[in-house]
Design a protein around this ligand. Structure first.
Ligand code: IMP
Ligand code: MG
Length: 197
């Protein structure tokens, strides 16, 4: 049974026999994610109190994170999304970033909080930050659920971080491999044979 290999993790057990069969081990359970996001929400609530904040989610990976995060922010927020392409179906960063969907609103003089699922090489965010800065926001900060520090190639300042992530390929809670696994309620490491085949 898949659940055994996953050390009887409750969230994993729920999914046994399905997507979880491709997961080697769980890094952060649904409960751990929720607890950390509650903390981040409190910190962000304090930081953006009395400020006109626009929370910008980077699609598609940040969708569960931004949904949970803004509901832990006890202040009015505006929300918008951008979509960029970086990875394709491979598991290493290409360095090529393309804007597939831009913001629907101007950001001049507004406090922008960029929400990402994971920072790996840093290239995606480096490109986005440079691009958004030309639009003169009042401030621009990054909140990433996961920070793969060891994999960083370009310098980028991530002010708010959920967890430091080991340099392994992870999926779940928005993170995908070839478009799959985004709907896993936890984050885990994919079995290497899945992406080697
Ligand atoms: P970067 O440009 O190398 O920092 O890559 C950032 C993007 O690559 C993220 O927004 C993810 O979409 C993707 N990515 C990086 N590492 C992983 C991973 O371990 N699993 C799934 N997607 C990843
Ligand atoms: Mg992605």
């Amino acid at each position: 049974m898949a659940a055994k290999k996953l050390n009887h993790h409750p969230a994993a057990e729920m999914w046994a026999g399905g997507l979880s069969d491709d997961i080697d081990h769980v890094l952060w359970s649904q409960k751990q994610l929720a607890a950390r996001i509650e903390e981040l929400g409190q910190v962000l609530t304090e930081h953006y109190r009395d400020r006109d904040v626009l929370v910008v989610g980077i699609l598609c990976g940040s969708f569960p994170f931004i949904a949970d995060l803004v509901r832990e922010m006890n202040i009015p927020v505006a929300i918008d999304f951008m979509a960029v392409s970086s990875y394709g179906d491979r598991t290493t960063s290409s360095g090529v970033v393309r804007i597939l969907k831009d913001l629907g609103t101007p950001i001049a003089n507004r406090h922008v909080l960029l929400v990402e699922d994971i920072v790996d090489s840093g290239r995606t965010l480096r490109y986005l930050v440079d691009n958004l800065k030309t639009r003169h926001p009042a401030s621009l900060e990054i909140c990433t659920l996961l920070d793969k520090r060891e994999a960083r190639v370009v310098d980028i300042e991530t002010r708010y971080i959920g967890f430091t992530c080991p340099d392994e390929f992870v999926v779940g809670y928005g993170l995908d491999y070839a478009g799959k696994y985004r709907n896993l309620p936890y984050i885990g490491v994919l079995k290497p044979e899945i992406y080697r085949t």
